[in-house]
Every structure is written in structure tokens, then in C-alpha cells.
Design a protein. Sequence first.
Length: 265
Amino acid sequence: MSSFHNTMNGDLLLDIDEILKNPILMVSGLPFSISIMSILFAHEMGHYLTCLYYGIDATLPYFIPAPTPMGTMGAFIKIRSPFQHRPALFNVGVAGPIAGFVLAVPTLIVGLAYSKFVIMDTSEGWIGFGEPFLFKIAAYLMGKTPPDGMALSLHPVALAAWFGFLATSLNLLPIGQLDGGHMIYALFPGLHKRISQVLVLALVPLGIWFWPGWLLWFVLLLILRLRHPMTMDDSIPLEGLQFGLAWFGLAMFILCFMPTPIYVS
């Protein structure tokens, strides 16, 4: 597991107090902020530009500020007109994850280049991050696999890439009206509801045995409902390129997915 040391509890309050006394310290957060905002913006612009291509009425991206570890709950666009057919739905759904993923990969490479090994001190509180397959591959190729007794202290840019991969995997969950849900409906409209039901239930054991955050996603997805609206013409089939992109979407999901994204010690 890759990890980075982080101040927690009282130490975090001291850090906030220090920033309030010396606001210039906020500049040190720009590499992370610019990186994560760029990845999220690329993701949503992938959706937006594809909507524009098909003449689908959609807004420009909105960012959702929130007191989370990455400072936001992500970004979204609002689609205000129905999808004409399944190919349009599929392409809009897959374009966002591809755009964000393509930007996150070089961001990861740059961030790992500046990440350093540190001695793991278990006497203090620290936050660990699960490693998606892509992280493991990149770390191995770049000589960033930590030796025994050490951890990889992620540079803020690498941390932004990590959050970008997490967002990609969450969006690609083939459930409801997530990006993965759009893709599954376009591929198998008759099976979409059943696939959504099975996979949303699978989040419960994941939440019990791996990461409690999956239980929050389980509740959120039930609130948002698992059904997917029909397109204006569901009879129009997908083309060969879109089946290829479906396999690429599956590969992105496998490379980015983590059963335990975050753990605290």
C-alpha cells in the first residue's frame, strides 16, 4: 500500500491556525488544486463536448466545493434534453472517463517522479491510500515501490492523480445513471436494471469488509434510483468502435478500482 503521512486531530487544527496567520502558505496547495481541478474539468468537458457534437442541450461544468480531502465533491454537467439514441448515450457516457483518465496518467507520472520514500512511523496518525493496478504498474516501472519498513510519500500532484483514478472508477460503476450505467444501458438496455441491482447490492459486503465508504455509495445510489430513462430511439444499435470503447472502459475500471481506497491508522 502506498501511503503518506498526514497531520490529524489536534495537529490538523494547528495547521489551519498556521494558515490563517500566514495565508501565503495556501500557495503550497496550488499544485494539488490545479491538478485535481484539471482532471475533473477534463472529465466533464469530455461529456460536454460530446453532447455538443450530438446537439444535446447541456451546461458547462459546475464544481462542487466541499470539506473533503480533495476540497470538492467533484464536478458535473446538467443534461437538459433527452439522448437521441443509444450510440449518443454511450459516447457521452464513455467520453468523460476517457478524458479524465488520459489527463490523470501523465499527472501520475509527473507526481511519482517527485514522490519520495519515508520511514513509516506507526506511532503517529497517518492516512494510507490503496493502490489501483495502474499505480502499482507505474510505481514499479519508475522505481517507486517502497522497500520494507518504508512508505511512498505522495507528491501533491501524484495525490491529485490518485483522486482522479478514484473518481474514474466510481463513475464507471455500471449502476443507475453513473457513466458506467449509461454505457451498460446503451449496451444492454434490457439488462440494465438487473445489473444495477446486483452490483449495488455488492457494495454492501465491500463496505463491511473493505471500506465503509461503499455503504455511503450504496445509500446514495438507492436515493438516486437505479432506473435509466429510455433514449428517443432505443432501436438504433451500437457500432463496432463503441464495442471497442466498451472494452477500453472496462480496462480503465479494472486499472483504477480499489476495494479499500483509504485507510487510517
